[in-house]
Structure formats: structure tokens, C-alpha cells
Write a protein that binds this ligand. Structure first.
Ligand code: UPG
Length: 334
């Protein structure tokens, strides 16, 4: 059992926030398996260190980019060529079986039973159900499979969508007609587009959902969250109430379990009050950033504070730190 693991991928600080919430969500529902994060060297040192404290193993891998602008344009996600990096997960031969989860997944109920499945198991993609979605899959690490995938990558038209999903659907094309046990129930990878296309089913099966996958351009960390009234703000246009509820679940973990790690970490370092982290996860050094250089002068609760928050200038280490917000809440309640 110890040679089985949940694996995710993180190539920048934004997705690191997702991975941290993902890890906390898995730990909250309980697991016997290890947690592994594959990272690239684009991560900032603080986020890398927090990942190392949260995951059992953090492994540096080479970034791999499809650079396939033509197909990625069709997908409307030009930035996703980097998801080819995911195939490094087959190199983890210290584990006999793994479950890969995208960093934008949130686990709501125990999912250790996924390890009873075999390679290659995945759930249908809501956009084209004859394809699987590559955000959640069961696989067996193998250098041989990795090498074969690398051979496909080096050929022409490796992926029909420019990302790993097109690549893996071609490589594991027998998934479509294979044994039904390789088809995971949709409740193990409920992607955001299902919220728009089949709301009655979401309502009917809501209590059975194991994994919410915030697939698509809007990621939870791009929103802002007000812990006082549990309001989310940002680009929420067209989001259903159910979708908002799941985004709130993500933010509760972010605020209660991840934010304190970010704050604590910064307080132990020299750059306290010099750095802040935007909701996009970018570390901002306020000593050479005009937008955040007035961190010290913004009064908590002022209109300027609200503007700074809404435009992403969040001072995780100072006025917006976990302990500071807690103090404010307690003052308001008293
Ligand atoms: N990722 C990074 N850095 C990036 C982009 C992605 O680490 O700059 C990782 C991360 O784990 C992320 C995953 O790759 O969750 C997939 O990227 P994401 O932006 O979350 O993709 P989706 O919006 O979920 O889009 C779909 C599929 C996804 C697949 C992707 C490309 O759901 O599983 O990887 O298309 O084919």
C-alpha cells in the first residue's frame, strides 16, 4: 500500500496553490496513500518549501511543452502545451500504482478505492464522452511507457488538442472500447462544464461526487474570498449556484488550511512585509513593485484596502495575514 501514491503536477506558483488545496482535501477525507507533487524549477522557493512540508515527496522534473499553437488555439487555451510535462508521472517507478490528479481538483469524499482499478482508468470527458478527461487517471509507473510516450511526443501531431489530454487519448485509444472497469464513474471527475450542461444531474448526484475538477480557464485561485461574509468576487459571470458552492468549498480549505501556511512561512523569513502573494500565486517583492509598495500605509478595512484586495494585491504576510484577519473577525464579533 505504501508503494501507491496520489500524484499531481505543478509548474508555477498559481497551480501550487491548487495543489496545496488538493493535498489538504485528500488528507481531510483520509487516505493510506502517499502524496507526490511533480514540480518544475519555475516555482518560487517559498511555495516549493510549503509543498515539501505538505506532500510526502516533491520531485523536480523537466518541463515539456508541446508548443503546438495550432491545436491549442482550437482548445482556446494557448498556455496548456506545458501539460505534456504530466507524462513524467510514468517515471515514478518507486510506486507500483498511482492516481494522477490535476492540481485544480478538489476531493470531497474518500477516493482510495481508485487503487483497485487498473491502468488505464479514467472518466469520460463531458465535452466529448468518447474521450477521457486526463485530470484524473489510474496508471502504473513504467519507464517503458514513458519512453513510448516520449516517442509519440517527438513525432508530428502528437496531440489533437495540443495538451496531454489529446496525447493520452491517442496513446490509450483502446480505453474507448476497453473493459468498462477502466471507465471511472463521472463522480470521480466532475468537470466544470457539467455545471452548465446538465444541472439537474448535478443536483441529483451531488451527494455522491468524490472529485470536483475546476477544468477550464477559470480557476478558484483567480477569485477573491471574503471570510467575513463568505462572498466570492471576480469573474463569476454565468456560474451556477452549485458551482459557487464548490468554489466556496475550495476557498474554505484555502483560507483555513493553506493561508496559515503561507503566512507562517513568511513570518519565519527575512522578507516579512516585503513580499506578498497575489491570488494568482505570484510572489511580489514589494521593494521593487510600485503597485504593492504602499502595503504598509493601506489601512485595514479602508476603501483602498478593498481595492487592493480586488485587484489582487493581497498582503498575505501583513494586513491580510491569517492571524490579522482572525483578530479583525474576533473584534467585529465582540
Ligand atoms: N499545469 C501546471 N502549470 C500550468 C498549466 C497546467 O502545472 O501552467 C498542470 C496542473 O496540474 C493543472 C494540469 O496541468 O491542473 C492541467 O492544466 P489545467 O489548466 O488545469 O487544464 P484543464 O483546464 O483542466 O484542461 C483540460 C483537462 C486537463 C488537461 C488539459 C490539457 O481537464 O486534464 O491536462 O486540458 O490537455
Amino acid at each position: 500500500m505504501s508503494s501507491e501514491a496520489f500524484v499531481t503536477l505543478v509548474t508555477n506558483d498559481s497551480y501550487a496553490l491548487g495543489a496545496l488545496v488538493l493535498a489538504k482535501s485528500i488528507q481531510s477525507v483520509g487516505t493510506q496513500r502517499k502524496l507526490v507533487a511533480l514540480i518544475s524549477n519555475n516555482l518560487s522557493a517559498p511555495l516549493r518549501e510549503i509543498l515539501e512540508k505538505t506532500f510526502n515527496e516533491v520531485i523536480l522534473v523537466e518541463e515539456l511543452d508541446s508548443r503546438d499553437s495550432e491545436h491549442l488555439r482550437l482548445l482556446l487555451r494557448p498556455e496548456l502545451g506545458i501539460t505534456f510535462t504530466k507524462i513524467n508521472c510514468w517515471l515514478l517507478e518507486q510506486y507500483t500504482k498511482c492516481v494522477f490528479l490535476d492540481a485544480d481538483c478538489l476531493v470531497l469524499r474518500q477516493i482510495d478505492d481508485l487503487f483497485e482499478r487498473e491502468e488505464f482508468s479514467a472518466a469520460h470527458d463531458a465535452g466529448w464522452p468518447d474521450c477521457f478527461n486526463s485530470g484524473v487517471f489510474v496508471y502504473r509507473p513504467s519507464k517503458e511507457t514513458y519512453t513510448k510516450l516520449m516517442q509519440v511526443v517527438s513525432g508530428k501531431d502528437a496531440s489533437f488538442d495540443g495538451g496531454d489530454q489529446g496525447l493520452l487519448n491517442e496513446y490509450f485509444s483502446n480505453w474507448r472500447s476497453s473493459d468498462i472497469s477502466r471507465h471511472l464513474p463521472f463522480t470521480y471527475n466532475v468537470t466544470s462544464n457539467a455545471f452548465y450542461s446538465y444541472l439537474p444531474a448535478i443536483t441529483r448526484f451531488r451527494n455522491e461526487i468524490r472529485i470536483i475538477h475546476f477544468a477550464g480557464a477559470l480557476k478558484p485561485w483567480q477569485l477573491t474570498y471574503n471570510p467575513e461574509n463568505e462572498q466570492l468576487s471576480g469573474n463569476l459571470e454565468g456560474q451556477s449556484d452549485v458551482q459557487r458552492d464548490f468554489l466556496l468549498s475550495w476557498w474554505r480549505i484555502m483560507y483555513q488550511q493553506v493561508w496559515p501556511l503561507l503566512s507562517t512561512f513568511n513570518q519565519q523569513t527575512d522578507f516579512i512585509n516585503k513580499s506578498s502573494i497575489s491570488p494568482q500565486g505570484q510572489l511580489i517583492d514589494s521593494s521593487n513593485n510600485n503597485n504593492s509598495s504602499n502595503n504598509d500605509t493601506i489601512q485595514p478595512g479602508s476603501a483602498e484596502h478593498r481595492r487592493a484586495w480586488e485587484t489582487g494585491h493581497i498582503d498575505y504576510t501583513g494586513r491580510d495575514s491569517y492571524s490579522h484577519i482572525q483578530e479583525q473577525l474576533e473584534r467585529n464579533i465582540a
